[in-house]
Every structure is written in structure tokens, then in C-alpha cells.
Design a protein around this ligand. Structure first.
Ligand SMILES: [Zn+2]
Length: 385
């Protein structure tokens, strides 16, 4: 059936391929992360409910400058920090009832693929070498993202790029391969690999391109990730993949869940208003947290309200109980599916399920992942801090 997903009318034939930009493992999972991964999970569960085989890749960006900075600040070897936080993240996802991905590539295992992709971009004239660092040409990436050059530059510098790097031929060009900081010793402070351009490490955007292409092949059906990744990360991830392989679009549809606000501002580490998933799950069920996150359109920004979590707990209990009732009307289940096929219109699907009970409620419980479950406890596997 033709469904609307990620703002696109999307025909899916057989298997669906979904790529989700995962975390950079250097800190705990907060409610903003949870919104991204729960919405992605609902999209995947709905595709599976419709009978599609769904292959899901959720990567771990364990080679990234923000991770290296935190490792240096805390005096922790980068691999130790990444391993510990990856365990924590997977544990949080398990507690949240997020389906285990088919592939969970870690960037440090995909350096060979990044080198292949980077070499292809150089060979095709889309990248160039300067002093051991390889830069990808920005081309019309800003226009493609619907941004003026001014706005693109401002967003890029806010989000980890360095437009002032004098080695760049254009300020929006991005790093595909970063030359090692000092001669290239991996003394625990920086990850280093050999490459045709000297010792160094991959850039962030091309890591995701390489992991997506290597696990799912060209042409993703749905790409998910945080709303703040649209530019420059998703724009460059797309540009690199399309330029190297000549297959477009790289992703047919995009789902980036809206931002979560708290205490009057967008939830962000820099603001210091984070609400941690682990704390919320200490006295609320995963199902209530999932329902609270999804009781809106996925693109809407929203404000965290603890009272909404209590209300969600009651609604989950009532919804589960109503699955045991006879169907309210014969067309209830079809109307639930129609609502969900309209770009995951959860509020409408929920209203129908709550009015009808029976099979309608069962579908919503299944697609939103509201069943009671025992999370796989991973905490016991954690290395000692
Ligand atoms: Zn990514």
C-alpha cells in the first residue's frame, strides 16, 4: 500500500531499508535522544505491521571530535569512554523498548569503507587533498538544503564545522579525512589509521555515508535522525553518497522528530536543562514515556511536562485493558491503519483506538510499542568505571 512517511508518498516494494543516525557515545541518553529513537522505532514497527521486511541500521559515531574532546577533558582513553557510553546507550534503548537494529555499525570498524568512498570522491573530482587532510567540495549543498550561503555558514560553524580553515578552497567544504594531530601516534588520545593520504581519521558526515552504503546499499527508503542534524550532517552525508555512487536520492524520505523543550528552552547539554531517560524510567514505565513522546505529529516541537507522563501512564493502562473488549465497530482497525499511514498520525489513531477498543487498540499498542516487557539488562555487563 502507498503510505505517507517522512513527508513523502512512499511506495515500498518488499524490503524496506531504514538508516538512523545514532549517538556519539560520550554522554547519557536524554529525552531529546529518546524522541528521535522512539519515533524511528514507531516508523519501523508500522512498516513491519504492514508486512514489510525492514532492515534497520543504527550507527554508533565512536570516531568524532566531540568524543575526543570529552575523552581528553576527563583523562579517559577515547575507546574506553566510547565503549562505556555505547553500553549505557544500548541499555537505555532496551529499557525504552526500542527494537534491536539489524545492523549497529561502529565508525571505528568502517574506516576501510570511508577510505574507499573518499578515494572515489577524489577520483571523481568531488574532493581534494591539502596537507594530509581530504576535503569534500560543498558544491551546491547549501542550495539543496534550502539555505542561503550565509545561513549555511552560520549553521555549519555552530555545528562543528570550521569555515575559517585556510586550507579549504571554499568555506563550506567539509572534512572527509582528518590528518592526525601530531605525527599520528595513537597514544589513547586520538584514533589513528593509515590511509593513502597519511595517518589520520575519518570525518563525521562521510562515516555515516559509508556505514549506510556498506550495510544497506544505495537508496534508503527512510532516514531518521535528530532535527538538528539536517544541516550540515545530513546534507553532506547525502552529497557524498550521491556524488560517489551516482544513485539519487540517497534517502527517499527523512524523519527528524521535533525538538523537546524544558524550562523554557530547547533541551540541550549546553543549556544544562537535560532530562535523562534513566531518571524518567526509574518511576515510570517505558510505555508511558513512549506514549507521551508520540502523542503528537512527529515533526512538532514540544515541551516536557511531568504531569503528561502521569496521564500517559493511565492511558496506557486503559488502552491495554481495552484490547480485551470486543471491537466497537467493524471499520475501526482500518481507520487506525489509515491514520498511521498518513505520516504516522498517532493522535488520530489513538483517538480511534480509545473509542473503539478491541483490535483497534491492539494495533496501536503494537505499533507504538506499548506492551509490557522485561528489558534485557545490560548494565551488569558494564565495565567498571
Ligand atoms: Zn549520521
Amino acid at each position: 500500500m502507498l503510505i505517507r512517511l517522512g513527508g513523502q508518498d512512499l511506495a515500498i516494494v518488499g524490503r524496506a531499508r531504514v538508516y538512523i543516525c545514532g549517538i556519539t557515545p560520550y554522554d547519557a541518553t536524554h529525552l531529546g535522544h529518546a524522541a528521535t529513537f522512539v519515533w524511528s522505532d514507531v516508523a519501523v514497527r508500522f512498516l513491519r505491521h504492514l508486512g514489510h521486511e525492514v532492515q534497520v541500521t543504527r550507527n554508533i559515531t565512536d570516531v568524532d571530535d566531540s568524543l575526543l574532546t570529552r575523552a581528553r577533558e576527563t583523562g579517559t582513553p577515547w575507546r574506553t569512554l566510547a565503549t562505556r557510553q555505547t553500553y549505557q546507550f544500548e541499555d537505555d534503548m532496551a529499557r525504552l523498548g526500542v527494537s534491536t537494529p539489524t545492523f549497529e555499525p561502529q565508525a571505528h570498524n568502517y574506516v576501510a569503507e570511508v577510505i574507499e568512498l573518499t578515494q572515489a570522491l577524489i577520483d571523481l573530482g568531488h574532493a581534494y587533498l591539502a596537507a594530509g587532510t581530504v576535503y569534500g567540495r560543498a558544491g551546491d549543498v547549501a542550495i539543496g538544503a534550502g539555505l542561503s550561503e550565509q545561513d549555511a555558514l552560520s549553521l555549519a560553524s555552530q555545528r562543528g564545522e570550521d569555515p575559517t580553515d585556510a586550507a579549504k578552497q571554499h568555506p563550506l567544504d567539509t572534512v572527509l579525512w582528518q590528518a592526525a594531530d601530531d605525527g599520528g601516534d595513537d597514544d589513547g588520545n586520538q584514533p589513528v589509521w593509515d590511509s593513502p593520504w597519511g595517518r589520520g581519521r575519518p570525518g563525521w558526515h562521510v562515516e555515516c555515508s559509508a556505514m549506510a552504503l556498506a550495510t544497506l546499499g544505495p537508496g534508503l527508503d527512510l532516514h531518521c535522525g535528530g532535527e538538528d542534524l539536517a544541516f550540515p550532517h545530513h546534507a553532506f552525508e547525502t552529497a557524498h553518497a550521491e556524488a560517489a555512487l551516482g544513485v539519487a536520492p540517497f534517502a527517499r524520505a527523512w524523519l527528524r522528530a521535533g525538538a523537546v523543550h524544558h524550562d523554557g528552552q530547547k533541551m540541550a547539554k549546553s543549556v544544562g536543562n537535560l532530562v535523562m531517560v534513566r531518571d524518567l524510567l526509574a518511576d515510570h514505565s517505558a510505555a508511558a514515556l513512549r506514549l507521551m513522546i508520540c502523542d503528537r505529529r512527529w515533526w512538532d516541537d514540544w515541551t516536557f511536562d511531568p504531569a503528561a507522563l502521569d496521564r500517559a501512564e493511565q492511558r496506557v493502562t486503559a488502552l491495554r485493558a481495552s484490547t480485551r473488549q470486543p471491537d466497537g465497530s467493524a471499520d475501526g482497525p482500518d481507520r487506525v491503519i489509515t491514520a498511521l499511514a498518513d505520516d504516522l498520525d498517532v493522535p488520530t489513531a489513538l483517538a480511534i483506538a480509545e473509542a473503539e477498543g478491541g483490535r483497534s487498540a491492539e494495533i496501536v499498542v503494537e505499533v507504538l510499542g506499548l506492551h509490557p516487557f522485561e528489558p534485557t539488562a545490560r548494565t551488569s555487563m558494564l565495565p567498571n568505571p
